[in-house]
Design a protein around this ligand. Structure first.
Ligand code: PEP
Ligand code: MG
Length: 282
């Protein structure tokens, strides 16, 4: 439950990936420093109607209740043609993972984005709230979310403003970090998708497993380049690479200061961090 400090004294936040209240409870028991990725998909999939602002707020409060006082990062709904919503008649796409998913999908259905912003602004009065934008490719994706947040803020006039950050899950987002960062207070690497899109290998397809290597030099190189391009930007990893003990020290050398992992991995990741140096000669 203590903070994880590297041998050269840098504190690394070890956060949890959660989908519901049970995940958060287990993560608290395992010494989480906060919620690094709250995936909202569970709330939406399997419903016949989209949740109202009040229903969404209630679900988010239930999941995050045990994390009050700690930083929480809630990701906007990340669905698309591969994870269809039962209450939207979505056009079939030939190549769904290269189609309307994540923020691209939300921009097609602005009322879904608006409900999330309204609920998140209400949530922000009780939590140290950060909002993550999934599947960012262009700086304009972030600009659109900034605009939606501004609209919601002018409606709600909240006492506290949540921070906005971009998920870096496509190679072009990593290569455009400087421009994306004009619209972001932090960046979080979704290494599952970053690997899928860098290697052009479907993360769910076992027949191309050999091409899906999330600890490949190329992935660290992309992360390191982002750190060089935006050295003051807080960087985290919330893909599965964050929980791999063989990757921790390299991630810290690439400028990562927070890792978000499945709840049961928190103690092991903290233990590995305590054995790392942030800089090889530090
Ligand atoms: C990722 O892509 O690494 C990520 C954290 O998002 P998801 O696994 O939900 O796509
Ligand atoms: Mg992803």
């Amino acid at each position: 439950h203590k903070s994880a400090l590297t041998r050269d004294g840098t504190q690394i936040a070890v956060l949890a990936n959660v989908g519901d209240a049970e995940d958060t409870r287990i993560a608290i028991e395992n010494g989480m420093d906060g919620v690094g990725l709250y995936r909202l998909e569970q709330i939406y999939l399997g419903r016949q109607h989209p949740p109202s602002t009040a229903e969404l707020l209630d679900a988010m409060q239930t999941t995050l209740q045990p994390a009050k006082g700690l930083p929480v990062y809630v990701r906007l709904l990340d669905v698309g043609a591969d994870k269809p919503l039962p209450f939207i008649d979505m056009p079939r796409e030939q190549n769904p993972s290269l189609g309307q998913r994540g923020i691209r999908f939300l921009m097609q259905y602005p009322e879904l984005l608006q409900t999330q912003m309204d609920a998140l602004l209400q949530l922000s009065s009780d939590f140290d709230l950060h909002i993550l934008v999934p599947m960012v490719t262009l700086p304009s994706d972030m600009a659109a979310v900034e605009e939606a947040l501004k609209d919601a803020t002018s409606r709600a006039r909240p006492s506290k403003n949540p921070k906005l950050g971009a998920m870096i899950e496509t190679p072009v987002a990593a290569l455009s970090a400087a421009d994306i960062s004009k619209h972001a207070s932090f960046l979080s690497f979704g290494t599952n998708d970053l690997t899928q899109y860098s290697f052009a290998a479907d993360r769910e397809n076992p027949s191309v497993d050999a091409y899906f290597d999330d600890a490949h030099d190329a992935i660290f190189r992309l992360i390191g380049m982002v750190h060089e391009d935006v050295p003051d930007m807080p960087l985290s990893v919330c893909g599965e690479l964050a929980g791999r003990s063989d990757a921790t020290s390299r991630l810290l050398e690439c400028g990562i200061t927070s890792l978000s992992v499945v709840p049961l991995s928190i103690p092991a990741v903290k233990e590995v961090v305590r054995d790392c140096r942030r800089t090889p000669n530090g």
